[in-house]
Design a protein around this ligand. Structure first.
Ligand code: RBZ
Ligand code: NIO
Length: 364
């Protein structure tokens, strides 16, 4: 196992909220751009956030990396997905071949894709040795959470610290904008379980069709999650307990990546349902890390809206997407790039020699 550089508790202690004074300075600058005030809408909010995170009026997000975390789930044996478990491993090969959705959309955003084996139930040594993926394998898939905890508490911490560690490595290599992604057949089941455990919302309300299950399978999925919660009784006050009992290795890795992004003061674009389950865990571990998050899109997976509400985040896109892999994050990076260019490149009224008008910000 690779040495972990930063312990979870030290990372949590080191996460600072984004500086309000920098927010104010950025907003003042944005309000002076030669446009009707506020007319670039939410791009200005993102620009303000980027400037405050980077403590600069010229924030750069040129170097973008989407981290796609892969892991398998013992609960798949309960029949909660349309797909067999093997598809997780097969999709990792597809990522490496460049033929997946994330490859296409990361290409469009100019982002690098880093694939991490967090706990795939298969041998990926060959790809690791060839340097095509990273390995932070915690185990060969989680246990079936209807029979006991999905993983031990120690494994949950290991998954979180792996994510923090990867964020650190990427930032040291120059990454300026991180994105989260997931691959793991069955992983909408633990994601709904994490949301239900942390929010107290009824399981039925937060459980959706994942890859496209039928009504009968959806009913079973709800019962499976209810059983997992009843058997394990995760403590909503203890997010690491929730991750251990009803989470997944890639979900822990994603939560860790987000905590790491906040620790290293880099913005992180959060993808869809599974990634946002990770984000919710990260928030419960270190509330300030929300300042560093940008919600990419609203997934079609029904419960996603509740996760975004719990985080207080408004997604950038709403395109009926429900793939995961980091696809929504990659696409949203194009918008974040636009926001960065607005604050970096545009001139103020004074600089451009444009007469100031009397417009004011308004909402309809
Ligand atoms: C070919 C294929 C590629 C995928 N890429 C992402 N997912 C997405 O679907 C899975 C979650 O849905 P469920 O909980 O219903 O299994 C995850 O792997 C997620 O990343 C895929 C699913 C499939 C089948
Ligand atoms: O929103 C997602 O990320 C998602 C939804 C369904 C299936 N896989 C991923």
């Amino acid at each position: 196992m690779l040495a972990v550089e930063l312990k979870l508790e030290d990372a949590v202690k080191g996460i600072r909220p984004v500086d309000g004074e920098w927010r104010r300075r950025a907003r003042e600058h944005l309000n002076n751009l030669a446009i009707p005030v506020g007319s670039l809408g939410r791009l200005l909010d993102i620009a303000e956030q980027l400037a405050a995170i980077k403590e600069s009026l010229k924030p750069s997000v040129g170097k973008k990396v989407v981290v796609t975390m892969a892991g398998d789930h013992g609960v798949v044996e309960e029949g909660v997905s349309t797909c067999p478990r093997e598809v997780t491993l097969q999709m990792v090969y597809n990522f490496v071949a460049g033929g997946a959705g994330i490859n296409a959309l990361a290409g469009a955003a100019g982002a690098r894709v880093v694939v991490v084996d967090m706990g795939v139930a298969g041998d990926l040594k060959e790809l690791v040795e060839q340097g095509k993926i990273l390995s932070r394998k915690v185990d060969f898939g989680t246990r079936n959470m209807t029979r006991g905890p999905a993983m031990t508490r120690q494994q949950a911490v290991q998954a979180l610290e792996a994510g923090i560690d990867i964020a650190g490595d990427l930032v040291r290599e120059g990454a300026e904008l991180l994105g989260t992604g997931d691959m793991g057949i069955g992983n909408t089941t633990p994601s709904s379980a994490v949301l239900a455990a942390l929010s107290g919302l009824p399981v039925r309300q937060v459980t959706g069709r994942g890859t496209g299950i039928d009504d009968e399978t959806l009913d079973r999925k709800v019962r499976v999650i209810e059983r997992a919660l009843a058997v394990n009784r995760p403590d909503p006050q203890d997010p690491v307990d929730v991750l251990a009992k009803v989470g997944g290795f890639e979900i822990g890795g994603i939560a860790g990546l987000i905590l790491g992004a906040a620790y290293y003061r880099v913005p992180v674009v959060v993808d869809g349902f599974i990634s946002t389950a990770g984000a919710l865990l990260a928030k419960h571990i270190a509330p300030q890390c929300v300042d560093y998050m940008i919600a990419a899109h609203r997934s079609m997976e029904y419960g996603h809206r509740y996760m975004l509400e719990e985080l207080g985040l408004q997604p950038l896109l709403d395109l009926n997407m429900r793939l995961g892999e980091g696809t929504g994050a990659a696409l949203a990076m194009c918008i974040v790039e636009g926001a960065a260019r607005v604050i970096r490149e545009m001139l103020t009224f004074e600089e451009a020699g444009v007469a100031r008008n009397k417009s004011r910000e308004y909402a309809v």
